[in-house]
Design a protein around this ligand. Structure first.
Ligand code: A2P
Length: 280
């Protein structure tokens, strides 16, 4: 990858810009609008939001206010947990389209797997609606988020189309090796949410030491590290300078040695959210 507009190719041929601009925890309103506009100005062409973030409308306005045409942008949103199931998914998707003020979405994800005893059936029903919307051309690619191997295996039993993407928490110390290996083996692109561990990585002395060697910030190091692990990072920031800083990841390469070092780091903090036990 050489620039923000370089792409990964999904298993259905759709091209997805290699870094997405994250908007989780970005407050709705002016902040979301401005940060999306700033991101597009800085060269991001891939914006990641979700119904649950409560900022789809502002993200849509930021996009509409930018100088870049809709078809040059890649927009992802996600189905929230209270709308699982076939009919509810179809309705929730229409609502997201309205909020974003667009007539299609590039990538739609199931935000979290249902994890109760009836979870398998619920995920299958939800996925049927995703497949339907995909076939109708309202979504260019469909995927999941926070799915572990067993959720993907369950889905496979009834799916006509396998997910193109699995968006998971991925940063130093939390590499979810088993899930990533499964996704790679099954041609499912791994997207990295919280590539900076929601900021938790930035004060780690080992990462600081490695970053200093390359003359970069830990944020840049972590984003680059995601790319060199063939995952697609989704860094979030509402700060104009950081939005730009996080794009400067194409002018250095982390050595194999340092990749090994970072890949071998123990858990140094994360969201603590386990898809099998979350109760939202
Ligand atoms: P802010 O949005 O206030 O700029 P993640 O992408 O892992 O979820 O991390 C997002 C957090 O990291 C946010 O708190 C964001 O702060 C902060 N952040 C993003 N980019 C940088 C950066 N380049 N330097 C320092 N902090 C950053």
């Amino acid at each position: 990858m050489k620039s923000l507009t370089d792409t990964y190719k999904l298993n259905n041929g759709v091209e997805i810009p290699c870094i997405g601009f994250g908007t989780w925890q970005t407050p709705d309103g002016q902040v979301a609008m401005d940060s999306v506009k700033n991101a597009i100005r800085a060269g991001y062409r891939h914006i990641d939001t979700a119904a649950a973030y409560g900022n789809e409308k502002s993200v849509g306005k930021g996009i509409a206010d930018s100088d870049v045409k809709r078809e040059e942008l890649f927009i992802t949103t996600k189905l929230w947990n209270n709308n699982r199931g076939y009919d509810k998914t179809l309705n929730a998707f229409e609502k997201s389209l309205n909020e974003l003020d667009t007539d299609y979405v590039d990538l739609y994800l199931i935000h979290w797997p249902a994890n109760k005893s009836d979870g398998k059936k619920i995920n299958a029903d939800t996925w049927r609606a995703f497949e339907q919307l995909y076939k109708e051309g309202k979504i260019k690619a469909i995927g999941v988020s926070n799915f572990l191997v067993h959720h993907l295996e369950d889905l496979k039993e009834t799916a006509e189309i396998m997910p193109m993407v699995n968006q998971i928490e991925f940063h130093p110390g939390q590499m979810q090796v088993e899930t990533v290996q499964y996704c790679k083996a099954n041609n499912i692109l791994v997207e990295a949410w919280s590539p900076l561990g929601t900021g938790r990585m930035l004060k780690n002395p080992d990462l600081i030491e490695i970053a200093e060697k390359y003359g970069v910030s830990v944020a840049r190091l972590c984003i680059r590290w995601c790319l060199q692990n063939d995952t697609l990072p989704l860094p979030k920031s509402v700060t104009p300078e950081r939005i730009i800083e996080n794009t400067k990841v194409f002018d250095f390469t982390i050595s194999d040695d340092d990749m090994q070092k970072i890949n071998g780091m123990p858990y140094i903090g994360g969201s603590g959210l386990n898809p099998d036990t979350v109760n939202f």
